[in-house]
Design a protein around this ligand. Sequence first.
Ligand code: AMP
Length: 437
Amino acid sequence: MALQRPKGTQDHLPDGSPKLRLDVSARAFKHVTDAAELVLERSGAAFMATPLFEEAELVKRGVGGSTDIVRKEMFMVYYFGDHGGYVLRPEGTAGMVRAYLENGLKQLPAPFKLWTHGPMFRAERQQRGRLRQFHQVDYEVLGSADPLVDAEAIWLMMQVVRELGLKGVQVKLGSIGDPEDRDTYNAYLRELFAGHLERLSDDSKERLARNPMRILDSKSQEDQDLISELNVRPMLDFLGTEAAAHFQAVRGYLDAWGVDYQVDPSIVRGLDYYRRTAWELHHAHIGAKSALGGGGRYDGLARELGGQDTPGIGWAFGIERVLIAMEEEGLTLPAAAGPAVYIAALDAEHVPLAASVALGLRSGLRADFGYKPQKPGNAFREGERRGAAYTALIGSEEAAAGTVALKHMVSGEQHSVPVSELAAFLREAASAAVSKN
Ligand code: AMP
């Protein structure tokens, strides 16, 4: 059998592929990143790209040494049999913040908004919507702790989703307070769970010592059963005065802008550098445990990475999950634009002429040509299949006169047009068609 792609990866396929689905369509991926670009660049965010591999230490500090991602899901990078201490990035934030600090972007006026998109890697068990190479759109704002920045970030994330036409998306919003608030909460959780040690999963026993809040995030059913039995009070009950005021301010902006959200007290983030605002985007058809995306404030991260204290906030959504949600809602892509003209030679002798006419047009227009001579009927069918606005034929007569026989594919109208005037003719026809629509 021919070799196959690695488990948990997908090929992004061109239109016309027999196995095309929205979540593996290359054009659909571009459709999503184009929507993100439109929305985010209108907000003044600058595009940036960082390496696909980073130092393991960066990811460990950025994602957290005790998380499943770092403990079980990192792809190490080997070269010449040697392990250089690099890993494939499992998420975008750590690299973006590292790059911001390393490249002196802190000198630019704050808040500084950045965005990127690209592949992320986690060695997870493969399922629908859970891949080993998946893709994210990622937005980060550095240099401001203003709740207005948080609210704008959430608004922008929803705006991208709306631009794509998705309707069934919900924002679940919470706050995880400041580190002191979390200390109080963790002390409460420690005391609460201490009496039920025997019922906690092994992972959660470990969490109880290190970071009790992460028990609430546990994937184990026994843990979740215990949590609901114990009526665990939410983190939101433990917010200090400042964190509570910040949360109220974020909510105030979202209410004023008509962003629909639900306060979800179960949203937790286990790492020390997360502060205050945290949220997830969920979709009715994708199931409660698989979010479309998430975001949060991470004011302690820059310091954790060895940089100067810099407040920050960001979000990421999974492109594959968004495409699955679009498929579930029956959304389709806008039709692909076809060429302005498809040029066919009627005999082998004139194929090179058809090619050179097409190449000449390509300085401003999309023009395709046939590599083999075709009869007029076949040429017109081919032009139609490619979605061309016009099909042009070149036979001996046209070659001698320096013209093409041009047929409009919708009206069927035919003209003879001199090759020297073809570009102007097609351009005018295209702008007339646009203004008619
Ligand atoms: P996280 O960085 O874990 O908060 O993930 C942010 C988003 O990335 C998730 O909500 C998903 O949409 C997407 N995502 C995370 N892990 C995967 C994965 N293994 N496969 C596909 N999408 C993922």
